[in-house]
Design a binder for this molecule. Sequence first.
Ligand SMILES: [Cu+2]
Length: 122
Amino acid sequence: MTRPMKAAAFVAGLLLAMTGPAYAHAMLEQAAPSAGSTVASADKIRLSFTEALEPHFSTIVLTTRDGKPIETPKAAPDPADARTLVLTPASPLAPGSYHVAWAVLSVDTHRTQGGFDFTVKP
Ligand SMILES: [Cu+2]
């Protein structure tokens, strides 16, 4: 390949790589505790998405299942994985049912949101 052709192929590849994830958006790929699960304890809520997130515009809000707010620090990105957001409650969660509401902005500037419940065993 000539040099300009190599450059053109590189740019085309880059464009493909950039447009690829735009079709997917940041969908929730994995959650711990998982949706609908009953767990013995939950010291962290860890959500992994299909795309890298903009942490400043990505939140996890934890409430009881009937909507009472649970005081937590802001969700933080996992330093080892830009697709993962972690919420660490200040103290271990009391037995009961909880609702996780998430809203994230992925690096391709698309917003997605969702939620699920889980239960901490008495
Ligand atoms: Cu997208």
